[in-house]
Write a protein that binds this ligand. Structure first.
Ligand code: C2E
Ligand code: MG
Ligand code: MG
Length: 718
């Protein structure tokens, strides 16, 4: 039936066919012949019917009879051409005139069949048309796939973190992906047509010529080669907060492009390549290299780098007959800062100190941090010892002003030991060791000072590390001993107290005075167990004396800030008093040690004062702090430092002014005054005239061992 009964062949290609033919028999036979080659067939017997069908759907192929009752086949073709340009038309015509055929082809007919046509010819034409349609479809599909794949590659290329580019034979950019903008700040369009050298810093031109405009291929092509490229200027300013680098380090792989001209010749077309930004990696590598040779906290060279530089300096000095100095610097009581104010403040202080030390140096000097609070300084050319002394003095002077770290005002002292090449040593090890020994000597003699190494020191302790080690065992080996020095009331010359002073009975060095090891014990933390031991021994001794019915005295024990900062300080202290049958008696605190955590210390000392412990401020006048805290502290006694007493000669000189001033002030605050280090009768008389309460000093007695102290007390009985 003609019209709208599509016959479908599921196995045939997906092609729809419209047959327009007014002769029913011819229409039917044609339909039967061609239907197996297509998927669906519609038929129309008139122009009107054909139009109606064409309005409903699009056909891939149409077989159109030119002569129809109501229309010409050319009209239908024109309609198809306008509305369904994708539809191929095969014209069937009984007209033998060539004109009609030509007209049909002009109107876009795909093929022309003359009626009546042989079935074979119809089938052949049909097959051809179908095959061609299919070919076109495949082509279109491939084209689409290609387009997609190109899009896909474009996406890959443009989202790649690497810069991907092509250059022409002259070295001008023909393509560069978007990544160039992230890497160097140029939009790709800005670079197209420009010479690659616009990206190359002057110093890199040779390298870039060789690597980028690559005429080589295969194994000899550039592979992962490092190259510097310039950033675009305006990007530089936009990024300047984050980076100071005006160039980027890339890793480049490049390859030449060629076209074969003939068997032996090829034409160079240009090159292409991939550049990866490795600046971050380079920076990380540089950081790691830096870290291996520097102290991270201060940025100073570390011990390894210092030794390296010292080694070089020695070689140089040897060759030119020059002199060099090695200075060992150790901060005084740094551990106290660290323990009482915390590591953050400790770290901040170290940084600030390093900064200030640097300010005292010349170019070419090496300052290094070799451990906790220890620094070493290399002065590679000095004219003589004076030169080194001058630098040491400069350093000490630079530390006179306090540091302000996180709102804490901190005073820093430093002890400096100096060893000079070639007199004091000619190797890295001997110079470092001898500077260490000299530093230790500087600590001995009152800290915040510098000392040169001398051959006498060679026999003394081998530096502070040795002392630290030996001190650790001294407690277990019971090498410590307590000496006692009387405190005498000026009014009646009677002993009113004893100060417990530690001694180290060293197996080879004999009796070691506390100045030689207490500072180190304070620095390394051993001070707490040592002081606890002294306190227990002193308390035990006081109760023995009491049990022996000797005159009652106050027992004075020296405390360190570190010990007071200990969370259990008050408990331990009171427990020790209780265990040894003592009520609270005097303790002494050196003024400078109190400076750290004032509030915490005040609170704790007040608890002790409530138990009846008398608190003295030791070495008064030598520390840095003022009267302000004297009022806050539960203090009972001020001990005037022996340096002021030493300066006394009875007249109104500097020493006596200070002593008179301190005494008057103490009286005003209702405090007892004890003078330390009284060696002469004249000093005593003067102190007496000022109204000083008590004194301590060689005039009455040196610090003595317990038996001697007992004798002194026993003599008081009568
Ligand atoms: P300090 O508490 O000011 O002790 C007084 C020091 O002055 C003692 O030195 C004593 O021998 C010395 N001295 C007393 N009278 C005279 C004199 O007339 N002339 C001279 N030139 N010196 C005199 P020493 O025993 O060498 O102690 C030095 C410092 O070591 C003490 O000064 C104290 O700060 C500290 N120390 C001693 N024992 C201990 C202890 O058990 N623990 C702590 N933390 N420090 C201690
Ligand atoms: Mg004392
Ligand atoms: Mg003192």
């Amino acid at each position: 039936m003609p019209g709208n009964s599509p016959l479908t062949h599921s196995s045939a290609p997906l092609i729809s066919l419209l047959i327009v033919e007014d002769e029913p028999r011819y229409l039917e036979s044609t339909r039967l012949l061609v239907s197996q080659y297509v998927h669906a067939v519609d038929t129309a017997v008139s122009g009107a019917q054909a139009m109606a069908l064409l309005n409903r759907r699009a056909y891939d192929l149409a077989l159109v009879d030119l002569r129809l009752p109501d229309a010409s086949g050319h009209d239908i073709m024109a309609y198809i051409r306008q509305h369904h340009p994708g539809c191929r038309v095969i014209v069937m015509s009984g007209d033998s005139q060539i004109d009609s055929a030509i007209q049909s082809l002009r109107l876009g007919a795909y093929d022309y069949l003359r009626k009546p046509c042989e079935p074979d010819e119809l089938i052949k034409t049909m097959r051809n048309a179908v095959a061609k349609l299919q070919l076109e479809r495949d082509n279109a599909r491939m084209l689409q796939q290609l387009e997609q794949s190109e899009q896909w590659h474009r996406l890959l290329v443009n989202t790649s973190p690497d810069v991907i580019y092509t250059l022409d034979a002259q070295g001008a950019f023909t393509y560069v992906n978007d990544s160039i903008e992230r890497t160097l700040g140029y939009a790709p369009a800005e670079l197209i047509g420009k010479d690659y050298l616009v990206l190359v810093p002057p110093g890199e031109v040779e390298n870039a010529r060789w690597r980028l405009n690559e005429r080589r291929t295969g194994e000899r092509a550039t592979h992962n080669h490092e190259l510097q490229l310039k950033r675009k200027e305006d990007l530089l300013s936009a990024l300047s907060e984050h980076t100071s680098a005006d160039h980027v380090v890339v890793e480049l792989s490049a390859m030449g492009m060629y076209r074969a001209v003939d068997a032996d010749h090829r034409e160079f077309l240009g090159s292409y390549g991939v550049a990866r930004d490795i600046s971050e990696r380079k920076e990380a590598e540089a950081t790691i290299a830096f870290q291996a040779y520097h102290d991270l906290l201060t940025g100073l060279p570390n011990r390894a780098l210092f030794k390296d530089r010292l080694g070089q300096a020695i070689v140089h000095a040897k060759r030119h007959g020059q002199t060099l100095a090695t200075l060992f610097l150790d901060m005084d009581r740094f551990k106290v800062v660290n323990d009482t104010l915390g590591h953050l403040v400790g770290d901040g202080l170290l940084q600030a100190v390093a900064q200030r030390l640097r300010g005292s140096l010349r170019e070419g000097d090496t300052l290094s941090r070799i451990g906790g609070d220890e620094f070493m300084l290399l002065l590679p050319h000095i004219r003589g010892r004076d030169n080194a002394a001058f630098i040491a003095e400069k350093i000490l002077a630079s530390l006179k002003q306090p540091f302000n770290v996180e709102g804490h005002e901190i005073f820093v002292g430093i002890s400096i030991g100096i060893a000079v090449y070639p007199d004091d040593g000619d190797t890295i090890e001997s110079l470092v060791k001898h500077a260490d020994i000299a530093m230790y000597h500087a600590k001995d003699s009152g800290r915040n000072d510098y000392k040169f190494f001398t051959s006498d020191l060679r026999n003394s302790f081998n530096g502070r590390l040795a002392v630290e080690n030996e001190m650790r065992h001294a407690l277990e080996k019971q090498q410590f001993e307590v000496f006692y020095q009387p405190q005498v009331a000026i009014a009646d010359q009677r002993i009113r107290g004893m100060e417990a002073l530690i001694r180290w009975n060293h197996p080879s060095r004999g009796m070691v005075p506390p100045n030689e090891f207490i500072p180190i014990a304070e620095d390394c933390g051993l001070i707490t167990p040592i002081n606890e031991w002294v306190l227990a021994a002193a308390c035990r001794q006081a109760s023995l004396w009491r049990d022996a019915s000797l005159p009652p005295i106050t027992m004075a024990v020296n405390l360190s800030a570190r010990q007071i900062e200990h969370p259990q300080f008050v408990d331990k202290f009171t427990q020790c008093l209780r265990e040894n049958g003592m009520a609270g008696r005097g303790i002494e605190i050196t003024e400078s040690t109190l400076m750290r955590d004032m509030d915490g210390s005040i609170e704790k000392l007040r608890k002790l004062a409530d138990l009846g412990v008398e608190i003295s401020i030791d070495d008064f006048g030598t520390g840095y702090s003022s009267l302000s805290y004297l009022k806050k502290l539960p203090i009972h006694t001020l001990k005037i430092d022996r340096s002021f007493i030493h300066d006394l000669n009875g007249h109104l000189d500097n020493g006596s002014t200070i002593v008179a001033g301190i005494t008057a002030m103490a009286k005003g605050l209702n405090l007892n005054v004890v003078a330390e280090g009284v060696e002469t009768r004249a000093q005593l008389d003067y102190l007496s005239s000022l109204g000083c309460d008590a004194y301590q000093g060689f005039l009455f007695s040196r610090p003595v061992a317990v038996d001697k102290a007992t004798d002194l007390l026993a003599r008081q009985k009568d």
